[in-house]
Design a binder for this molecule. Structure first.
Ligand SMILES: *[C@@H]1O[C@H](CO)[C@@H](O)[C@H](O)[C@H]1NC(C)=O
Ligand SMILES: *[C@@H]1O[C@H](CO)[C@@H](O)[C@H](O)[C@H]1NC(C)=O
Ligand SMILES: *[C@@H]1O[C@H](CO)[C@@H](O)[C@H](O)[C@H]1NC(C)=O
Length: 227
């Protein structure tokens, strides 16, 4: 009798734990600045009656490699002597680094790139630094794009910060596909579309996260003592 009840109790608690565990993995809050950037772009496009774009993680991973090509050099972005990685890098460097099949690369129909020393959140990055003239507005609302990929990174997890958005006209289903079938997450840096929880540029390293925690505890304690 008691044995049966114990068994029941065990089963019920196990299924409860299981339910909680699966709920946790399903309700995955994505806290990724690159995902948020794509959301801002799509919201703005749909408000302007242009179609929302598919977020392609393969394209987004390539956007992250595009940023890495600058090796943290903010000065090389934009301006009259702005540099741009050679087009051949897409197939020869970026795609292999991402595990994206080079044969599935599609035309890039637009790109946004910005860099600054101060970190700003996705909505501000979108409206204040990426969209800054008529040319960028034309690219934003272009009907040539079918898909998008975004990446956000800081050099060594800190300033300067880079934002990159690539647009493409390829079919989302069969372009920029991963050889392994799943997104290859490359760190440091965040890219969109991969369901990857990748928090803001300032705390990529778990150690930094710890410091934020420790500092806030210290500050809270300081206040408590002075009262
Ligand atoms: C879309 O973005 C443009 C450029 O930043 C801005 O002027 C406009 O107000 C935005 N529209 C909406 C609905 O957010
Ligand atoms: C869209 O594609 C056409 C044809 O390639 C090109 O002429 C046009 O400039 C593109 N539009 C934008 C906004 O890039
Ligand atoms: C893309 O893939 C999804 C899911 O596999 C499928 O439902 C959809 O019909 C496909 N779209 C195209 C254009 O092939």
């Amino acid at each position: 009798m008691t044995k049966t009840m114990t068994m029941w109790f065990l089963l019920v608690s196990l299924s409860f734990i299981y339910a909680v565990a699966t709920a946790n993995t399903q309700i995955k809050i994505t806290n990724n600045p690159a995902d948020k950037l794509v959301a801002a772009i799509n919201e703005n496009r749909t408000a302007h009656k242009v179609s929302a774009l598919t977020d392609n993680p393969g394209l987004a991973c390539i956007a992250l490699q595009y940023i890495k090509a600058y090796q943290g050099e903010c000065d090389a972005v934009g301006g009259s002597d702005g540099k741009k990685p050679p087009e051949s890098h897409f197939a020869e460097v970026f795609a292999p680094n991402c595990g994206v099949e080079a044969s599935t690369l599609a035309p890039i129909t637009g790109r946004f790139l910005a860099c600054q020393t101060k970190y700003v959140h996705a909505p501000e990055a979108f409206s204040d630094i990426l969209i800054r003239n008529q040319k960028s507005i034309d690219i934003l609302y272009s009907k040539n794009h079918t898909q998008v990929g975004a990446a956000v990174t800081g050099t060594d997890g800190g300033s300067p910060y880079f934002w990159c958005v690539l647009f493409s006209s390829g079919k989302p289903n069969n372009t920029f596909t991963f050889e392994s079938g799943v997104a290859k997450i490359t760190k440091p840096g965040c890219f969109s579309g991969a369901n990857d929880e990748c928090s803001g540029a300032s705390d990529w390293s778990p150690l930094n996260g710890m410091w934020v925690f420790v500092t806030s505890v210290l500050i809270a304690m300081g206040f408590a003592l002075s009262l």
